[in-house]
Structure formats: structure tokens, C-alpha cells
Ligand binder design. Sequence first.
Ligand code: NDP
Ligand code: 2IT
Length: 447
Amino acid sequence: MLDEKLEPIYAEVLRRNPGEDEFHQAVREVLESLGAVIAKHPGYADNALIERICEPERQIIFRVPWVTDTGEVQINRGFRVQFNSVLGPYKGGLRFHPSVMLGTVKFLGFEQVFKNALTGMPIGGGKGGSDFDPKGRSNGEIMRFCQSFMTELSRHLGEHTDVPAGDIGVGRRELGYMFGQYKRMSNRYESGVLTGKGLTWGGSRVRTEATGYGAVFFVERALATRKQGFEGKKVLVSGSGNVAIYTIEKIHQLGGRVIACSDSSGYVVDNAGIDLALLKDIKETKRGRIGDYAIARGTGTTFVPGGRLWDVPADIAMPSATQNELNGQDARTLVKNGVIAVGEGANMPSTPEAVRVFQDAGIIFAPGKAANAGGVATSALEMQQNASRDSWSFEVTEQKLATIMKDIHDRCAEVADEYGSPGNYVLGANVAGFIRVADAMDALGVI
Ligand code: NDP
Ligand code: 2IT
């Protein structure tokens, strides 16, 4: 429920952003948590502070023309939403997926503001992307698209202004083409303008693994509050991209067993535990489909085309593919099958109804803006290394990530306690993130 002071703010967000359902959903979820804040500290409702937080500082939409291998001219749409820079340069990934529209980028940018605040690092929030579909495109086509995209985007970036990274459909390869084009256009080796870079051209160790590892660290700490751990647990991880793969890797290192993962074509069940070397070969090297995993792995593994992974009985679920991929019905199935914890590697993968089901069942629920913050936090570590022209070892960087995730967990838990809702990480994350942003905005005047 929304506090009556927050109702008109939400109504204005709906009026001003018609048709942007995902953005509405993300705003509503945060506003639902803020009722408790303004009840305790009414000053946060002054000076249109909350209204300003719901309005992006700048929204950029641009044409991206490019040429296919067969000489056809294509047009895509590019976006960058620079949401809030009160804590540092805009920071957040770029998504290339045919479903991307302004409302998608706005929802992701809004989430990013609070997530980045939770890391405690000097980064504001932003997000970008395109409705370009990379599936089935050659390397040459990907390169020409990335170069065209960056030709316009470069005007809006800079290590002190806006620092993108990857997201769905954007990894090392795409960031390489974009960094190359930025370098060519600016005539500057400005390492700090993008994160997620390759190790030989300014990247940080552990950035590839960071989101997945970080999500597992968060859930591990949450499980510890109930004297539990990953050891011996059966886990479902949706997706099979960057976040999913390194979530699986860390769970296996901690003695858990991931028995199912997916992509948009369906899911595989492998009761012996997902063979990660095989999955990486199919997904990272060959850019194949999840059905190829079942064929290569052979007997004992099943591929369910188009099915819902959440039907598979397990102890822990880590949705790591995309928004709203886990609905109320899925949540009820998971709870019925005895799930003890759900940790969001993706951004907003659980629908509001699913979140309610998990909370009502009293299981651990770790929301994306807290649980998946390890990716952007390690991006901030990459920016630190770039600024000092330094490069840290894997062990040192992973230890920093582990400490950051522990601190985010503990801060969310502490704030949830303080606001009378122990164990409610949704409330804890939204309130802790909000307070950091709001206090800084208050200090900087009406901006
Ligand atoms: P990838 O592109 O590497 O992988 C995405 C995975 O999700 C693929 O398996 C893809 O399947 C699946 N997927 C994507 N869209 C859909 C869809 N509409 N329906 C079903 N399946 C889908 O992306 P990432 O792993 O980087 O990102 C996954 C999630 O994690 C996203 O929500 C992203 O915002 C979030 N995230 C990412 C971070 C990062 O550092 N990369 C940091 C924090 C959050 P298919 O290949 O068939 O499309
Ligand atoms: O959603 C996210 O946090 C990301 N895609 C990573 C952002 C970043 O700047 O590293």
C-alpha cells in the first residue's frame, strides 16, 4: 500500500510516463517502502525531494543506422537515461535486446540509482541500450552497430560524466568495439569511460564474475542468519548468460548443486549438477542455445522447450535472466516445493505478486538492487584502478567484493530492523539506498 502523501507522487509518475509499465512497477515498489521513512522523518517529503528522485536528470534517444553484411541499411533506436548524478557520475549498463524501449531503460536506471547508493561508492545511476537484436549477427555486424551506437553516445559520456558497462546482450566483445570507437573519436585513452573492459585494455579482474559471485555472497550471508548455507543445497538458476554462469560457479565452489538453468528457448535439468565447463563452452565460446547443452551432456539431462524452470523442486532459486520472469504462480510453486531462499541476480525478475508470496511465506528474499550490486560495485573498483593506473590481483579484488556484499547485506538488515520489519531486505534496500541519495540531494540544494 502507498502512504497517502506518496499517492499523488505516484499518480504524477503515471501521468508523465504513459505506457511505461516496468518503470511504474519499479517506482511503486520503492514508494511502498518510503511510507515508513516519511512517517519517521517527515522532512524527506519536503522540497519535492521524492518527486525529483522519480524524474530522470536527462533522457537521450537517438537513431542508430548501420549496414548488414549483405549491404542492407538498418535502423535501431539508442537510449541513455542519466537518472541521478548526486553521488557520482551516472553509472549503469547498456542492454541490447529487441524488447528495449524507453520505459525499460528508465526502470533499470531508477533501480540503478538506489543500487549504486547501496554500494557506498561514488557512483550515480543511469542506464542505456538499444532495441538492436544481436542474435544471429556476425562479428562485423556487431562491430558496425557498436561503432554507430557509440558515435552518438560518446557525446554524452566521460569518466567524470557518465560511465556505461554491459548488461543483457552487451559483454566484453561489444564493450571492446565501443571503447575502440570512443578512443578513436576522442583521441584519448580514457580508461575510466567504460567498465567491464578486457584485462589487457584497462579492465579489472573479477568484473566478469562479480554480479554472480556477489549475488551468491549476499544469499550466503542471509542464509547464515538462519544458520544455513549453500552446502548440499539444490539450486535453480534462470538464464545462462554472464550473471547465471558465475552464480553457478560460486554456488558449486560453496558446495551447492545447481540442477537447472535456462535461456529464452527453455530450460535444462541436470540432477548431477550443471557441468559448468560445458555450459561456458556452449554459451561463452560458441554462443549456442541451452538445448545444445542437453545434447552434448547426454543421458540424465533433459531439455524442456519453452517451459518454466520454477516447477523444478529445489531449496534455493536465483532468477538471473530478466525482469518479471518469475510470477505469483511460480512463487507459489517454489514455496510449495519447500524453497528457503530466493536471490535476485537479475533486475526486478520477480513480479510484485511473487515478492508478496515470498514475504508472506517468511522465506529469505534478496531483491536485485541489493543482491546483484556486486557487478556495479566491481565496476567502481575498476574505475578506482583506472584512476590510479593500478591493477589488483584476483584474490584482492574478490575479497573487496566479498566485503562490499557483506556490508550491503548488513546495512539492509540493520535498516529493516530499525524500521520494525526484521529480515525484510526489500524495505532495507529501498530505505538505505533512498536515505543516501536523499541526504546528498538535500545538501546540494534544489537540483
Ligand atoms: P546476458 O545477455 O549475458 O544473459 C541474459 C540471459 O537471460 C540469457 O540466458 C538470455 O537468454 C536470458 N534472457 C534475456 N532476456 C530474456 C527474456 N526476455 N526471456 C527469457 N530469457 C531471457 O545478460 P546478463 O547475464 O548480463 O544479465 C542478466 C540479468 O542480470 C539482467 O536482468 C541484467 O539487467 C542483470 N544484471 C546484470 C549485471 C551485469 O553485470 N551483467 C549486473 C547486475 C544485474 P537468450 O540468450 O535466449 O536471450
Ligand atoms: O544492472 C547492473 O547493475 C549492471 N548491468 C552493471 C552496471 C555497471 O555499471 O557495472
